[in-house]
Ligand binder design. Structure first.
Ligand code: NDP
Ligand code: KPL
Length: 294
């Protein structure tokens, strides 16, 4: 039998996963902050409309589900906790579709008795001014190879969102975190992937990525010396106008995920006695862009 599924946070990533489920006849409950009659995904092969409504009141939701995809920003977890309380019973799997390496630590306290499964989300998805979401790549997740991942595999089996299991998930998550950390430079310049074609930005990015790599390795990630250049080259290969979700937040004047995507490098670096001079410049500027004052 198909697991029952809810998507909490039907934004860029949540809409993509909800659309994948709906196309397979497994339409999830939609739980958000802004009410909508439906969601719309625009992909290269067509448009998917997911019937709603998007519910906005957890107090009026009583049905527990087998699987919750939590796709709010890391800055929004506490505010979304009432949804988790409404949708989870002991054993409900909470699959966290967020960047970072701290999803279990931040979400588990809100869902005692429930497995919390972090996911690496590889695809770019961009909310459009009319509320639709533009999927700009193949939908793909990586999960830790744990028993709790089976319900996610079952839910997304045969859908447009592919799922891989990683035995060494922390290394995969740290690699993605390096990508996200350097993407933060787009916020500071107000530019998109095209900026990585500049030689000066490329050199800065490599230096920042090497600093992040040292911290990742101290945390146990198995990542080779080639990783910084590979990540830089992946940004250089992007369409020049491809941004990143933290830049979308900056452009919309929303709070930024600077703590989970960038400050984590300095925090973990200090714990290991590793200097992080570039992070120490980048983070206060991102924090200020996010939280003010001024
Ligand atoms: N977008 C991308 O390309 C990628 C994003 N990621 C990561 O995925 C995560 C989600 O990002 P993204 O989808 O871009 O974010 P969005 O801002 O597009 O989506 C977040 C959604 O959560 C909703 N929300 C906010 N507060 C609550 C609440 N209290 N209860 C319920 N819903 C709430 C928002 O509602 P409202 O409409 O009211 O704002 C919005 O629909 C982030 O960690 C991001 O870093 C990872 C890879 C790629
Ligand atoms: C799509 C990608 C990988 C770009 O950095 C991302 O994670 C994001 O936008 O947050």
């Amino acid at each position: 039998m198909n697991p029952t599924v809810a998507v909490v946070g039907p934004g860029a990533i949540g809409t993509t996963v909800a659309a994948a489920l709906h196309e397979a006849g497994r339409t999830p409950l939609l739980c958000g902050r802004t009410g909508r009659e439906h969601l719309e995904l625009r992909a290269a092969d067509g448009v998917v409309v997911v019937p709603g409504p998007v519910r906005t009141d957890p107090a009026r939701t009583e049905e527990a589900v087998d699987l919750v995809f939590l796709a709010v920003k890391s800055t929004q977890v506490a505010a979304a906790a009432p949804w988790l309380a409404a949708l989870c019973r002991p054993g409900t799997t909470v699959c966290v579709l967020q960047n970072g390496v701290e999803q279990e630590a931040t979400v588990a306290p809100h869902v005692p008795g429930c497995p919390v499964l972090p996911a690496v989300v590889w695809f770019p998805a961009v909310a459009q001014p009319d509320g639709a979401v533009w999927l700009r790549g193949a939908a793909r997740l990586t999960l830790p190879d744990l028993p709790a991942a089976q319900v996610v595999l079952a839910a997304l089996d045969g859908t447009r969102c592919s799922v891989e299991l990683a035995v060494d998930f922390p290394s995969v998550a740290w690699r993605k975190l390096l990508q996200n950390a350097v993407a933060g430079l787009m916020v500071l310049s107000g530019r998109r992937s095209g900026m990585f074609g500049r030689e000066d930005v490329a050199q800065l990015s490599l230096a920042y990525l090497r600093e992040c790599l040292a911290v990742a390795r101290a945390e146990g990630a198995v990542l080779g010396d080639e990783v910084p250049r590979e990540i830089l080259e992946s940004f250089q290969a992007n369409p020049a106008d491809l941004g990143t979700s933290i830049l979308a937040d900056r452009e919309a004047g929303r709070p930024l995920e600077w703590n989970t995507r960038n400050a984590v490098i300095g925090r973990r670096g200090r714990a290991h006695g590793i200097p992080t001079p570039i992070s120490d410049v980048v983070v206060p500027l991102l924090a200020s862009a996010s939280d003010g004052p001024g």
